[in-house]
Write a protein that binds this ligand. Sequence first.
Ligand code: SF4
Length: 459
Amino acid sequence: MLFFGNKKTGNRVTPPPRPRHQKPVASLKTVRRHQKQEEKRIRELEKGLKDHRLGLYLHIPFCKSKCAYCDFYSLPGHEVRMDAYLKALCANLTEMESSVQARTVDTVYIGGGTPSFFGEKRLKTLLNTIHKTFQLAKDCEFTMECNPESVTPKLIKTVRKGGVNRISLGMQSAQNDELKAVGRPHTFDQVQSAVAAIRKAGIKNLSLDLIYGLPEQSDEDWKHSVEAALALAPEHLSLYALTLEEGTPLWKRRNLVPMADDDALADRYLWAVQRLKEAGLEQYEISNFARPGWESRHNLKYWRGQEYIGFGPSAHSDFGGCRYSYVSDLEEYIDGMVSGTPIVAESEQIPQKERAREYLIFRLRTTEGIDSEEYRHRFRMDFAPLRAKLEEYEAHGWAVRTSPADAASEQGSGEQWHFTPEGFLLSNQLIGGLLEIQESEMVRHSASALREHSSPPKE
Ligand code: SF4
């Protein structure tokens, strides 16, 4: 006898009559065929997920001292909390293990703060935990940020052994007085020693950071720093304009320090773009230059809108369609990992409309730029209004169009557009102009969709 209803109480219900045209029960053969198809689909899905690679960012918030211009989440004088932080960070990594099991990690970036200040033993433990927890691709790009004064041959050998194959070194300037003026705790001699140790340890991928517009820096000083950096033969260079961030010590004494004006900054930038090109370092993003093939694959993930997971206080993630960040507070983060209290400060699902905005904002930072077909395909929007604006920019020498044959884009096969170095200097205004057009297109689409939806059905 069949029972329908609550099995516990056993209230008997008459079975419903069998519909006249009910399909016959599937044969065993059919069930097996469906099962096989389903297994195949799951295998393909898993393969797709594996191919869809992931980046990891780990934040080490400790620094020897605070630089005068810095507004990153970094803490001088907190060495006493390093062990507790290591425990919390490793616990955070392992708790994510099950969520990313099917994914291959192809970039890891340990940033800060000053990761090289975290100490050799702690770094060794951290690197072991990363290897134990995640499935790293054979060709994983594994970057660690270092400051010259905390690089020792032993530390670099240890991290090299632990899988680090790319070092990003905070050189900033070749002039000791400029370094001192912004509170950098190192000299140019220490930069040279650090580079020697990095190369000796067998690290082939070296990136140097430089800052233009440092207090009292002349054009000649800047050129000298660029030449000194080139003499160290890095595979990658990042050039940043000094920005006065509110609340920093430099911002507080902004009226007392002689600073370069916008024209001088633009000249220094354009000179460097040209000089680096001659030296074989191609510009691939507003502030980034590399020998072909040595571009930062991790940072490209941010600009391409690809997925990454961040760990540590203030770290951001873009994973599974959700963007979230952790609290910018070391103690809250450690407490959260110890006692299970929340450590997420903000989280949001990113709607397609926002992704379309970000596509313009981030991709136009790069020389890969935007692709008309990819844009149409991903966001179902017409590219023509954007093209008209880009043609205006092209006439001013701010943007260039490359044919599909000229440019290697990851996806799409339409026309590609990117900014020139002169355009990068104005990128905020130029991207703003494109966003306005995109916004009015979105409004127009929504209005016509609404009209279609509410119009009476045709007779
Ligand atoms: S070393 Fe880097 S993170 Fe630390 S204070 Fe200086 S700029 Fe900030």
